[in-house]
Design a protein around this ligand. Structure first.
Ligand code: ZN
Length: 419
């Protein structure tokens, strides 16, 4: 189990952005014999493992021998993006003798968690010739410096940050000059800076994931939300491919969940529907396929916080290493219903892993994720689950070292469940 946490730490380090998460996923799938299904090419419906890439979103599936049109699917859905600071199109700014980078906030980040960290910069450069190049400066390059307490004695009564003014990282001294940052990044990856037409770049904490606790039973890492789930899902798909029978196991890792999923590559867009329709054997066959299909929507959930226990429902809270939690909400902020919950409990029983049940406190608004969007778009029964983490949406989150393994094992059982 803890070997898997080790592998998760490697996956997280390799995936500072959704584009890198997809590239790392492709690397792992290719090594296991999966081949690419080009989105614009003819559909290959033969048996075997395939993957399809669009930007920061990755889909993969395994068609078993003798799978007729209409074969039901078992879908593992997660997301590849995390809250962060995104570089603006014209990044070169500065003040008071410092060179800085213009950023805006991506998603519901805990802004304070980005202060005083050694930050790298990663993403993609889009060139005039229509290609994109991945870039990852995985060493300390930037820092969003806090104001010294001597200059604001009231700060511990409540930190107040202005996203336009207080979150700009510094990356050196001197005067800013337009084109500096892109020139630096183009140099890093060996492309002509004059050929860079645009960019998608975010900052990331370069501190490696670490085990902590007396028994080292906890894992501190960036982007556990939701790379912990994406990593477990990819592992589960590969395991399910070895054991595939009367169902087609599918993995999808969507971009843009943290900003509401509304994009060409997000869960509210048509991409999954298009792929599953083709996988089902066309529009006529998909009705039967979808009716027999099930989706496991996997995103981290809140671990009970010892310093804020009053924020949790006392009988439906989750702890790290207690197994992934089933997430339930009467108002369908999570898509789980009783038959879906039963399928999850069956998967956990078959895999021999513990599980918990999370329901938010009635007076605290409930979050949501890709599950209800998939259920709404496709009409496929969906169940929401996730491993418990502390500090969700912090630059550095905390989970149990055994839960990634629990999740991968339960997900493998879910992806091969013929019931
Ligand atoms: Zn998430």
């Amino acid at each position: 189990m803890t070997d898997l946490a080790h592998d998760l730490a490697d996956f997280i380090a390799a995936a500072p952005t959704p584009y890198h998460a997809v590239a790392e996923g492709v690397r792992r799938l290719s090594a296991a014999g999966f081949s690419e299904q080009p989105e614009a090419g003819p559909w290959d419906g033969s048996s075997g493992g395939r993957y399809l890439v669009r930007d920061g979103t990755l889909l993969a599936w395994f068609v078993p021998e003798a799978a007729p049109p209409g074969t039901p699917m078992r879908i593992f859905a997660a997301h590849t993006d995390s809250p962060t600071l995104k570089v603006k199109p014209r990044p070169d700014v500065g003040a008071g003798g410092w060179r800085q980078v213009a950023v805006e906030v991506y998603g519901g980040a805990l802004w304070n968690s980005w202060l005083d960290r050694d930050l790298g910069l990663a993403g993609r450069l889009a060139l005039y010739d229509g290609t994109t190049v991945l870039v990852d400066v995985h060493r300390p390059l930037l820092r969003v410096p806090q104001l010294a307490i001597h200059l604001d004695r009231q700060v511990n009564q409540g930190l107040s940050l202005d996203a336009q003014q207080h979150l700009l990282p510094v990356w050196g001294l001197g005067s800013p000059a337009e084109g500096d940052l892109i020139e630096f990044l183009a140099d890093e990856v060996g492309v002509d800076p004059d050929e860079v037409a645009a960019h998608d770049l975010v900052v990331h904490d370069v501190t490696p994931p670490a085990r902590l606790g007396e028994e080292e039973e906890l894992l501190a890492a960036p982007r556990l939300d939701n790379l912990a789930s994406a990593h477990a899902g990819l592992g589960a798909l590969l395991a399910a491919a070895d054991d595939a029978g009367g169902v087609i196991p599918v993995f999808v890792g969507f971009d843009h969940e943290e900003i509401g999923s509304g994009s060409a590559t997000g869960a509210a867009g048509p991409l999954l529907e298009t792929v599953l329709t083709r996988l089902a054997g066309g529009f006529d066959a998909r009705g039967a396929a979808f009716a027999g299909s099930r989706c496991l929507s996997v995103d981290v959930t809140h671990a009970a916080h010892p310093n804020y226990l009053g924020h949790h429902d006392p009988t439906h809270r989750a702890l790290p290493n207690g197994g992934p939690a089933l997430k339930v909400n009467a108002n369908q902020r999570y898509a789980t219903d009783a038959p879906g919950a039963a399928a999850w409990h069956r998967a956990c029983r078959d895999a021999g892993v513990p599980t918990q049940v999370f329901v938010g406190k009635n007076t605290v608004p409930c979050g949501t994720t890709v599950g209800p969007l998939i259920a709404t778009r496709l009409g496929i029964r969906t169940v929401d689950v996730g491993i418990p983490v502390l500090s969700m949406h912090s630059a550095r989150e905390l989970c149990g070292v055994r839960d990634p393994g629990h999740l991968a094992a339960a997900a493998t059982a879910f992806l091969t469940d013929p019931v």
